[in-house]
Design a protein around this ligand. Structure first.
Ligand code: PEP
Length: 252
């Protein structure tokens, strides 16, 4: 179902005490009111996921993991399976973030296996695509985005795909303070929805939630979210500031 979503990616930040404090502060801000039709997702480091899912029993937000193993179980030291995430009530998982593609060399094949694992355990993937600055500057960004989307997701059936949230995150905008303009975001979101239409038909494409990520903050969220094909945001830095994070969720 197409939803309005604001998801916070905490990345590798915060000690246990700070994570606990941030969850509490998000809860406090939420009490002041966020539109009912906006889904808020918090994606802390995996060691704090259970803390977050405990909070989520009292406070209106969903919990997402930042990663999952491509394997189901067994001798994969250090990995966390989709079944484990599901056993602590995790709702979403980010897949294919550019930092994982870059620093951990995750390939489209691995990402597609991760998506399959998540779907098997009822966890919704937030699947990230995004081009590098040089790819945009050389006019290759549409080709790159098409490959990332189709290689990662287009092996799915229609009913499987209906559980996917897509996030467009231009790599040049992540953590740089350089946001895509609302027009640039809309152009790419419409392009992605068009690819989904070609593959799965208009009805499913219209139902797909496509988020924008990349230096989205309380100042620029309103303009970005006002675009027809922008259904919300995947927020990095600003998600560590409770007042800003909730302000972004009020920007629809
Ligand atoms: C992200 O890492 O997904 C992200 C969008 O980061 P930032 O908002 O800090 O650019």
């Amino acid at each position: 179902m197409r939803s309005k979503i604001v998801a916070g990616n905490w990345k590798m930040n915060l000690t246990f005490e700070k994570a606990d404090e941030l969850l509490y502060q998000i809860g406090e801000q939420l009490e002041k009111g966020v539109p009912q039709d906006v889904e808020l997702i918090v994606c802390p480091p995996s060691v704090y996921l259970e803390l977050a899912t405990d909070f989520a029993q009292e406070v209106e937000f969903k919990v997402g993991s930042q990663n999952v193993s491509q394997y189901s179980k067994g001798a994969y030291t250090g990995e966390i399976s989709a079944e484990m995430l599901s056993s602590i009530d995790v709702d979403y998982c980010i897949v294919g973030h550019s930092e994982r593609r870059k620093y951990f060399k995750e390939t489209s094949k691995e990402l597609s296996l991760k998506v399959e694992q998540l779907l098997e355990y009822g966890i919704q993937p937030i699947f990230c695509v995004g081009e590098l600055l040089e790819e945009r500057e050389s006019g290759k960004h549409f080709d790159v985005l098409k490959s990332q989307l189709s290689e990662g997701l287009f092996n799915l059936s229609e009913s499987e795909f209906s559980n996917i949230v897509v996030a467009y995150e231009p790599v040049w905008a992540i953590g740089t303070g350089k946001t895509a303009s609302p027009e640039q975001a809309q152009e790419v979101h419409a392009f992605l929805r068009g690819l989904i239409t070609e593959k799965y038909g208009k009805e499913l494409a219209d139902e797909t939630t496509i988020l924008y990520g990349g230096s989205c903050n309380a100042q620029n969220a309103k303009e970005l979210f006002a675009q027809n094909d922008v259904d919300g945001g995947l927020i990095g830095g600003a998600s560590l500031k409770p007042i800003d994070f909730i302000e972004i969720a009020k920007s629809f």
